[in-house]
Design a protein around this ligand. Structure first.
Ligand SMILES: CC(C)(COP(=O)(O)OP(=O)(O)OC[C@H]1O[C@@H](n2cnc3c(N)ncnc32)[C@H](O)[C@@H]1OP(=O)(O)O)[C@@H](O)C(=O)NCCC(=O)NCCS
Length: 325
């Protein structure tokens, strides 16, 4: 399946530019719409779309009002992100939402290149927006152009492996134990020992070795593990186009910085590359996770009342969700 051209969420959507968007660009640049530059910019965006199949998206509120853009431009070794929204009340939140959606879309669908944004050191708003989308400052990429200093932030990247990388095992184990202790719903209750968790983690090594699973890790550009999960495919020709996402977890110390969305994007990409057309996952009722997954296109397809015993007297529903990829 080819990458969708639009990105849609409840509160806003993003679309490739049309010629009339010169009006919006003029407004953002604070120049008259009769000026040449806005039309030239939109023409450039449209050419980029024709050449690469992605480019700048126009941000549209649910009301239909077009309020800004998130631009992606191909360079040889990376993709540069730019963002601009009208300076209304709530503009920063809007920019943050739009960027969060675009970078997750990029990780799921676009060429596997680093995504970078340049931020002026005193531009605190763009820094906040980039940080909330998960983009991390990589000091060695900072540079100066015509006496303007730029800090460079890069998006975490996803790695798909057919075994548990030896170097990552310890970090995965540590994260899994921390996630359990923080109340996460990934097969254990708080206080589960490292040995118990290691047995289940190493159980995946066997599934990976048989070729029935993929290990998907979200890594910071600085090298640390930010989250991971597994795509598991059932044996049997009739169900070979399905897969289950398991043990989806992100570092509890860095929640709310888009890592869940990025990890899910990576899991979807990995699943699609393995021929999966329908993904399912299950979650523990009473955790609010249904809302989280609904945002990414999942719907509930089944529920086992009391199917998860968190503690004696605390039975929760096991809820199954599915999504067509
Ligand atoms: C679920 C999980 C992977 C999401 O990761 P994250 O790093 O918080 O994800 P993001 O920053 O992309 O998303 C955060 C958004 O999802 C929402 N969200 C996250 N966990 C949620 C939950 N349990 N219930 C409801 N909403 C949740 C947040 O409120 C936030 O909303 P906002 O964008 O409006 O601020 C992470 O919370 C986690 O590892 N949980 C513990 C393990 C677990 O239970 N995994 C699920 C197995 S099915």
């Amino acid at each position: 399946m080819s990458a969708p051209r639009s990105i849609t969420a409840d509160d806003l959507s993003l679309h490739p530019p049309v010629e009339e968007d010169a009006q919006l660009v003029a407004e953002l640049m604070d120049v008259p719409v009769s000026a040449d530059r806005p039309a030239e910019i939109v023409r450039g965006w449209r050419e980029h779309w024709d050449e690469h199949g992605y480019g700048a998206w126009i941000v549209q509120e649910a009301s239909g009002r077009r309020v800004g853009f998130v631009g992606l431009r191909a360079h040889d070794e990376f993709i540069r992100v730019t963002i601009r929204v009208v300076e209304d009340e709530g503009g920063d939140q809007l920019a943050s939402r739009a960027l969060r959606l675009v970078v997750a879309h990029a990780l799921e669908w676009l060429p596997d290149l680093p995504l970078r944004i340049r931020v002026a050191p005193d531009d605190l708003v763009t820094r906040f927006v980039a940080e909330s989308a998960g983009m991390v400052h990589v000091p060695e990429l900072d540079h100066t152009v015509d006496a303007d200093a730029w800090q460079v932030r890069e998006l975490p990247y996803v790695r798909v492996a057919d075994r548990i990388p030896a170097r990552a095992r310890e970090a995965m184990l540590r994260m899994w134990v921390e996630v359990n202790d923080a109340g996460g719903a990934v097969g254990f209750v708080p206080g589960a020992s490292e040995e118990e968790v290691a047995r289940v983690l190493d159980g995946y090594a066997a599934k990976l070795a048989e070729g029935g699973a993929a290990c998907v890790a979200l890594n910071s550009p600085l090298g640390d593990l930010l989250g991971f999960g597994f795509v598991v495919q059932p044996a049997g020709a009739t169900v070979a186009h399905t897969g289950t996402l398991e043990r989806i977890m992100t570092d509890p110390a860095r929640r709310g910085t888009n890592h869940g969305a990025l990890l899910l994007a990576g899991l979807h990409r990995a699943a699609r590359e393995r021929g999966v057309e329908i993904v399912t996952l299950d979650y523990r009722g009473g955790t609010g996770l249904g809302e989280f997954y609904t945002r990414y296109g999942y719907r509930e397809v089944g529920r086992v009342p009391g199917g998860v015993r968190v503690a004696p007297g605390d039975d929760r529903d096991g809820v199954i969700m599915a999504k067509a990829l």
